[in-house]
Design a protein around this ligand. Structure first.
Ligand code: ARG
Length: 590
């Protein structure tokens, strides 16, 4: 494992050193290096610095240029405009850096952050006895990508699936089951298991709801059952566990369809914090963070007011003594900070819960559970919209079943794969497998490729399109490289730093070199869409490269063929790694 500094970071360092040498009293100045169309990089930082020191920027730029080392890195540097520096790197430096990346196996030279900490990430949190909806899909997809990315950069990641497995509705469900034993459960097994589990849960849910709404005596018995559940009555708990287990069969079937690993041990639902609720409230009350108001225990905020101008509190304990969502989340923070030793808490949750988290985090800060060393962040995501721009629903106006949606995506993708299958010579099994990877990938990529907080339209036609910013486009880019490598015969990928590079090769190479920096940025800002954008640009650079440079041509000298094979092979490995971090497979033949 050898981390490879990027060309940009090496250049940045050299420029910063030259700045200090040229202007010893300037302190540490940022040369503000950017990729540029004119040259490889442009440094704009000298302008601001000259302004600050009331000097002539062009003169300063020349001084900096003179102070730069004449080494292997810089081929050409010129002062342009009011005092920019345009820097062109040597082809040798590009090829050698890429060769070092290629020699670093799976990590591709990306450093492991040795100063990394522990992140607890709360994602994929459906509710027991309820159907999962597209919001749960978003949380799962974005959360899973963040887990992979954070782990790759060296973070210690603890996953928490904060499922909704506690609350008053269980009184109704359990009481119904006591009075109608044997109604929960399913006989089927295998692939249909999850669906059967869900329909059994649905049946019980609906039937108990009807009773609850129509029969006052049942209602009373259901309420007493909640008390029994909270008191830990064994029979009640056993039935409650039945609901949880049945729901997990369903959850796992959906996660499985999503081609995503969710581990049972990481499922710690709301019930898992039940024993802490009382203490959490006691601490909040004793420290004065929470106060009694109209019988409830509340936390107030200066900037949270209702439409009537009155403050809207966070209620941690209701007037009737019950605990709600907030008390559970505050207890979960204590657990994650104190017991799991987290220094970052990330919540992949719908933006519509932002006010809740704002208040919960602020309360936790007042209580001292969050502070300078322990930070919390909501990775908020927007709504999935239908083609009509309204929240995604079926034609009948009901919520879309995730299984149906994934099945349809796979079906469409399989048709796309089948169309090309003849040319590639795919077997029926391969068509089915690829169809699944393309379909699920399309759904994930559509979700990951726009900034999470924005709403997006669920449009399967667009998602499985071979053109544009789709996962299929990236998967084809990968498969095409694999096909070239198979066709290369005896020619092996090999770097030749002595060769001059064509413009398209330089552009591809410089982009490949940025992989680690993009990942670091994505990991710090929790913005997986920037990784998707990077990979799309990578595939676009590859397309331009194919247009301008033949890889396997008899007219190319052997070294050129080898160097180009080396470039595309590194591109394939970067695509593969990047897509895997997003939870998307890259079939070898497509
Ligand atoms: N179960 C909740 C829902 O379906 C999401 C839970 C989010 N996580 C949390 N710690 N509150 O909306």
């Amino acid at each position: 494992m050898a981390s490879v500094p990027s060309l940009a970071s090496t250049l940045q360092q050299q420029l910063a050193d030259a700045l200090t040498a040229a202007l010893p009293d300037a302190g540490t100045a940022d040369p503000l290096l950017r990729r540029s169309d004119r040259a490889d990089f442009q440094a704009n930082g000298i302008l601001a610095l000259a302004k600050k020191l009331k000097g002539n920027p062009r003169e300063l730029a020349s001084k900096v240029t003179a102070a730069l080392p004449t080494g292997d890195l810089i081929k050409d540097i010129e002062v342009s405009g009011p005092g920019f520096l345009n820097v062109t790197l040597t082809d040798r430096a590009i090829t050698e850096t890429l060769a070092a990346r290629a020699a670093d196996g799976d990590r591709l030279g990306v450093p492991v952050n040795t100063a990394a900490g522990t992140t607890v990430i709360d994602y994929a949190q459906p509710n027991v006895a309820k159907e999962m909806h597209v919001g749960h899909l978003r949380s799962a997809v974005i959360g899973d990508a963040m887990v992979q990315i954070l782990e790759f950069t060296g973070e210690n990641v603890i996953r928490r699936h904060h499922i909704g497995d506690w609350g008053t509705q269980f009184g109704m469900l359990i009481q119904y089951l006591i009075e109608h034993p044997g109604e929960l459960g399913h006989q089927e097994s295998g692939a249909a298991d999850g669906e059967a589990a869900m329909s059994s849960l649905n049946r019980v849910y609906k039937a108990s709801r009807v009773l609850f709404d129509s029969d006052e005596e049942f209602k009373t018995r259901a309420r007493d059952r909640v008390v029994a559940l909270q008191a830990g009555d064994p029979e009640t708990l056993a039935l409650w566990q039945g609901f949880v287990d049945e729901s997990k069969v369903y959850f796992f079937s959906v996660f499985d369809k999503l081609d995503m690993e969710v581990r049972d041990a990481d499922i710690v639902g709301e019930s898992g914090y039940n024993d802490m609720l009382e203490e959490t409230c006691r601490i909040l009350e004793e420290t004065g963070v929470a106060v009694r108001s109209e019988g409830a225990l509340c936390v107030f905020f200066d900037d949270v007011k209702g439409p009537d101008g009155n403050p809207v509190p966070l209620i941690v304990k209701k007037t009737n003594g019950g605990y709600g969502y907030a008390a559970t989340d505050l207890s979960a923070i204590r657990d994650r900070v104190r017991d799991l030793k987290a220094d970052s808490l990330v919540y992949v949750v719908d933006v519509r819960q932002s006010l809740h988290f704002k208040m919960v985090f602020e309360t936790a800060r007042r209580a001292g559970w969050l502070n300078e060393d322990v930070k919390a962040h909501q990775l908020a995501f927007g709504t999935v919209l239908g083609k009509d721009g309204k929240p995604f629903k079926t034609r009948e106006g009901t919520t879309v079943r995730l299984e149906d949606l994934l099945d349809e995506a796979v079906e469409r993708a399989t048709a796309v794969v089948r169309e090309k299958a003849g040319k590639v010579g795919l077997s029926e099994d391969e068509i089915v497998e690829n169809g699944r990877y393309v379909g699920v990938g399309a759904v994930k990529y559509a979700d990951l490729s726009t900034s999470a907080v924005r709403d997006y339209k669920f449009d399967l036609d667009q998602m499985v399109s071979l053109h544009g910013d789709t996962s299929v486009y990236l998967q084809y880019a990968y498969a095409r490289i694999r096909s070239i490598l198979r066709k290369a015969g005896d020619a092996e990928p090999a770097a030749h730093p002595e060769l001059e590079l064509a413009p398209a090769e330089r552009a591809l190479g410089l982009h490949l070199d940025q992989f680690g920096e993009v990942l670091a940025e994505v990991a710090t800002a929790y913005e997986p869409h920037k990784l998707a954008a990077y990979l799309y640009q990578l595939a676009s650079h590859l397309t331009t490269f194919y247009d301008q440079c033949q890889v396997l041509s008899d007219e190319n000298p052997a070294e050129v063929v080898e160097n180009r094979l080396f470039l595309v092979e590194l591109t394939a490995r970067t695509l593969h790694r990047g897509m895997a971090l997003l939870g998307i497979r890259t079939p070898e033949r497509l």
